[in-house]
Design a protein around this ligand. Structure first.
Ligand code: DER
Length: 235
C-alpha cells in the first residue's frame, strides 16, 4: 500500500465516528482531506444528515464548500462534537506536532473545543519523543521583527541544539504567510527538547509568538494505518 492509501484508510475509519446532527471540526492536510471527502460523499448519499463543519483553514473551507458540506464557525458553535485531523508527529501519549501544513493556529482553536479529537496518521508519523523526527516544529509568529523572535526562540532551546528557520515559499524565498497573515518559524532540534509542557510555556511567553505546533493532551483517539492494518487507540 502507498502512503496515500494508508492515509485514506485511517481517514475513512475516523469518519465511522461521525453521526448525523454532529458539529465537526474539519482538519487540514493530505490525510484530513480524505476524511472531508468521505464526509461529503456520505452527505450526498444521505447516509449522514444535518452535519455542520468548522474548517481549520481556507483550503479545507474551499474543499468543504465544493462538496456541499454546510459550514459554520466557533462564534456560532463554541463547542464541537468531534474533530478529525492529521498530524506530523505522534508520541506514545498522543501528544502531537502539527502545523507543517501551516494551519496550526486555527487547528488548535477548533480542536481545543471538541469533545472528541480523532487523529489520523499513517505509521510513519509515530515517534518516541516530539521533535525526534528531525523535522520541523512549527511556531506561528507575527511578521513584525520576525528575525528577533526567531532568534529568541532559538536561544530558548540552545541546549537542545535548536536551529530556527523562517518558512519560505518554494524558490522565491518569500516568507510563507498563514491564513492569519502571520509567519512560521520552524524549529529543528538536534537533541531531545525535554519537558514538553515547560517548552510550550516558554514559547508562549515570548511576545511575538502567536501559537506553536505542539498539541499536548488534546487528542482523544488515534487511528494509525500501517502495512499490517489499522489500529485505534483511545486515551
Ligand atoms: O499542518 C498540519 O497541521 C497538518 O494537519 C499536518 O499535521 C498533517 O498533514 P498531512 O496529513 O498532510 O501529513
Amino acid at each position: 500500500l502507498t502512503q496515500d492509501e494508508l492515509k485514506k484508510i485511517a481517514a475513512y475509519k475516523a469518519v465511522e465516528f461521525v453521526e448525523s446532527g454532529m458539529v465537526l471540526g474539519l482538519g487540514t492536510g493530505s490525510t484530513a482531506k480524505f476524511a472531508v471527502e468521505r464526509i461529503g460523499e456520505l452527505l450526498r448519499q444521505g447516509k449522514l444528515q444535518n452535519i455542520v463543519g468548522v474548517p481549520t483553514s481556507k483550503m479545507t473551507e474551499e474543499q468543504a464548500i465544493s462538496l456541499g458540506i454546510p459550514l459554520s464557525d466557533l462564534d456560532s458553535h463554541p463547542v464541537l462534537d468531534l474533530a478529525i485531523d492529521g498530524a506530523d508527529e505522534v508520541d506514545p501519549y498522543l501528544n502531537l506536532v502539527k502545523g507543517r501544513g501551516g494551519s496550526l493556529l486555527r487547528e488548535k482553536m477548533v480542536e481545543g473545543v471538541c469533545r472528541k479529537f480523532v487523529v489520523i496518521v499513517d505509521e510513519s508519523k509515530l515517534v518516541k519523543h516530539l521533535g525526534g523526527s528531525g523535522l520541523a516544529m512549527p511556531v506561528e509568529i507575527v511578521p513584525f521583527c520576525w528575525k528577533f523572535t526567531a532568534e529568541r526562540l532559538q536561544s530558548l532551546f540552545e541546549d537542545s541544539g535548536c536551529v530556527a528557520k523562517l518558512r519560505t515559499c518554494g524558490e522565491n524565498g518569500y516568507p510563507f504567510v498563514t491564513d492569519n497573515s502571520n509567519y512560521i518559524v520552524d524549529l529543528y532540534f538536534k537533541k531531545d527538547i525535554g519537558d514538553l509542557k515547560a517548552a510550550s510555556d516558554a514559547i508562549l511567553r515570548l511576545a511575538g509568538v502567536v501559537e506553536h505546533g505542539m498539541f499536548l493532551d488534546m487528542a482523544t483517539t488515534l487511528i494509525v494505518a500501517g502495512k499490517h492494518g489499522v489500529t485505534v487507540k483511545n486515551k
